[in-house]
Design a protein around this ligand. Sequence first.
Ligand SMILES: *Cc1c(COP(=O)(O)O)cnc(C)c1O
Length: 380
Amino acid sequence: MSENKRIFLSSPHMSDEGYEKEYINLAFDTNWIAPLGQNVDGFENELCAYTGAKYAAALSAGTAAIHLALKAAGIKPGDRVFCPTLTFSATVNPVVYENAIPVFIDCDEETWNMSPKALEKAFEKYPDTKFVAVAHLYGLAADMDEIMRICREHNAVIIEDAAESLGTTYKGKMTGTFGEYGIYSFNGNKIITTSGGGALVCNLADDEKAEERIKKARFWATQSRDPARHYQHSEIGYNYRMSNIVAGIGRGQLKVLNERVAKKRYIFDFYKKAFADIADIHMMPIDRDSVSNCWLTCITLTGDRVKPLDILLALEKENIEARPIWKPLHLQPVFEGCDYFGEEHTAQKIFDCGVCLPSDTKMTDEELERVASIVKFLWK
Ligand SMILES: *Cc1c(COP(=O)(O)O)cnc(C)c1O
């Protein structure tokens, strides 16, 4: 193992100004350590202001947000949910928590996200499906115009997993605000982090209904306590709310989100220039009808000289973190036997030839150069 300082894929990056600590101190000074308070309300409002979402509920994780999105959308046991196959398992696990049935949809090469063509095929077989989960992987925007058109035709609700794409716009509008429900994650590796956390946003056209759904999500997230002096419950609840301390970190991080997006895009451009003379390396397809937050810079390889594993091992030897593309979920043992639509197996092809490169916003030019030259050396 090399003596060099470890380079991470994407690690927490607090503001130089110390904004996060100011908000945490605010919570300490007012003894609003828990459960809720000013930072939680502030974070929800500021997240709405940043994204343009109508209403938000700050939660303990992005996964919790997906779970409550499904509940708010009215999912019932046995309902089918069309889900992307190329994503992190957290997009789909909550479908199973609710005893609903995930059906996996392939991605397309142009966006790396849900293929409208494969989605249409799925609707041909299961026309009465009422829920579609869409993700924006690595900060790349899905083809929302087509996906929304198809979903409207079938009266299906969209749950938009923008865990990796906070700050990515599609045709000028923030991802996470297209679907009836959207979710963000503030896990440690995301573009901004609260140490752990998530948010559910609701964008239903009817303002009152949207507010009501978010209030309901907050109710479920705090153990479904009915308004009564004693503890009274008429529904099953969860302990999913974000704490006031954690929300303080989020408020500080939101202030530097644009800077983080700019740096992530800089990292993408740096690698792109560095690899320009290697015909076997292809950059992920950013900025198709969109401006990507470039959460992780991913590449795919052609030719026989270098395989993804060669890159992972070469970087590992130098104490540098990199990883494969998400393994498609329809190939995961836990989802064996689930339906899958996709004749071209694009997700599997991207998985087979793709690599996520270190995209940590604290990386210096020297560190970026070091990663790029280790990768390029494999072609020497
Ligand atoms: C990180 C992530 C999640 C889950 O978010 P948590 O806050 O870790 O629960 C969901 N979907 C995708 C695509 C993610 O990358």
